[in-house]
Design a protein around this ligand. Structure first.
Ligand SMILES: [Zn+2]
Length: 386
């Protein structure tokens, strides 16, 4: 058994296991995927990720991460503007041309938006995948502290830390690459919020599953000056000075609460998967709203459960093509005046606030079918979003 990567404790409880998961375009059943909960510090981690088979699968899967290339650049949606405003609010170092490093910069949308607002800034992206439509200076590499001899005024790591097996050593490397007075911005999924809102549970490419408490434990060399849990979990942190007193967590981790959430999540997922497959097998239409990475994974899982793909369609506000690029699903408008009043629409986002915005858009547009929030709720005849 892998000891807890955060506190090295050996007392753990299994909270999830599955012998099949979807990575890239294939199902992989050669690995038993397992999540463990550390009974000492409350950290949840994928213990199956610490083996060579997993690492070779993941390097193949990451090579295919290109779904964003179908959307306009730069993406000015909340997923970039919310971090942008938080970084600008706290990341104002004394001089006029701050150096900014984003680790896992993807296409560079956020760096591009930062450069618009801080024209004197020196920006650099680090991105292991081989996107070729980049609009900001980017090095294709994984983050290693020894890649750089300099330090940065702002370091950004958005939806990256959860993919890494040894987050504590990453935090130490980040500490040494951050200028004194500089800020670190980290954003990860919030495990507790995701489970409570039925947004996501096990994701094969996520190794570390943080809560506010365990992320703070991981970053214990830093002083956290801002935390936001409104949809994902984000923190702004600076170097902790030796005079700073760190609050020591007094309460025991809520292990029962987390395991209960996993059990409830599984039950909801089964119930709602069955509802989708049954609706389609009965001749009803299923419209997947939002065709990013979350949709790809969800759709593959549902196909595996017998979903007839000829009853499936796509719709996306930002993608106007007639065929969705992953599976070739035809576009079908979900609005009532297009004659789709019996359709079931699946809100494909792992962000529950985005799910609500999508629902509001549909209802104001006159949608008359069944709305499905994976995996929390099915709203018959599109009532008000809950
Ligand atoms: Zn632990």
């Amino acid at each position: 058994m892998i000891p807890c990567p955060l506190c090295t404790g050996h007392a753990t409880r299994n909270v999830y296991q599955s012998d099949a998961a979807f990575l890239g375009n294939m199902t992989h059943d050669s690995i038993l995927f397992t999540l463990e909960l550390c009974l000492t510090c409350g950290f949840v981690y994928q213990s199956s990720a610490y083996q060579p088979e997993y690492q070779s699968l993941m390097s193949q899967a990451y090579a295919k991460y290109d779904v964003n290339s179908h959307f306009p650049f730069p993406d000015r949606s909340e997923k970039n503007t919310a971090p942008l405003e938080r970084i600008l609010a706290y990341g104002r170092p004394g001089h006029e041309s701050p150096s900014i490093l984003e680790i896992g910069s993807n296409r560079g949308d956020l760096l591009y938006l930062l450069k618009e607002r801080l024209p004197q800034a020196n920006i650099l992206g680090l991105e292991p995948t081989n996107f070729n439509n980049l609009s900001v200076p980017t090095v294709h590499a994984n983050f290693r502290a020894d890649l750089f001899s300099n330090r940065f005024d702002i370091i950004i790591m958005k939806h990256v830390l959860e993919h890494l097996p040894y987050p504590r050593s990453v935090a130490t490397d980040l500490f040494h690459r951050l200028n004194p007075g500089g800020i670190l911005y980290i954003e990860v999924p919030d495990l507790q919020l995701s489970l409570e809102h039925g947004a996501e549970d096990f994701v094969p490419d996520h190794v570390s599953y943080f809560t506010g408490e365990t992320l703070a434990d991981c970053l214990d060399q830093f002083a956290i000056i801002h935390q936001d849990r409104s949809n994902f979990l984000s923190v702004v942190a600076t170097h902790r000075l030796s005079t700073d007193v760190r609050e020591v967590r007094q309460s025991a981790p809520s292990t029962t609460l987390l395991t209960d959430h996993f059990v409830q999540f599984d039950a909801d997922k089964k119930r709602l998967s069955d509802a989708i497959v049954t609706h389609a097998k009965g001749g009803g239409s299923i419209i997947f709203y939002g065709i990013s990475y979350y949709f790809n994974r969800l759709f593959k899982e549902l196909l595996n459960q017998g979903l007839p793909r000829e009853r499936c369609f796509h719709f996306d506000d930002n993608f106007q093509g007639t065929q969705e690029p992953g599976f070739g699903l035809p576009r079908l408008s979900p609005f009532a005046d297009d004659g789709q009043s019996g359709a079931m629409i699946v809100l494909c986002s792992n962000n529950f606030r985005v799910q609500k915005q999508m629902a509001t858009h549909l209802i104001h547009g006159g949608f008359q079918g069944h709305l499905l929030y994976p995996w929390s709720n099915l709203v018959p005849n599109a009532g008000q979003p809950t």
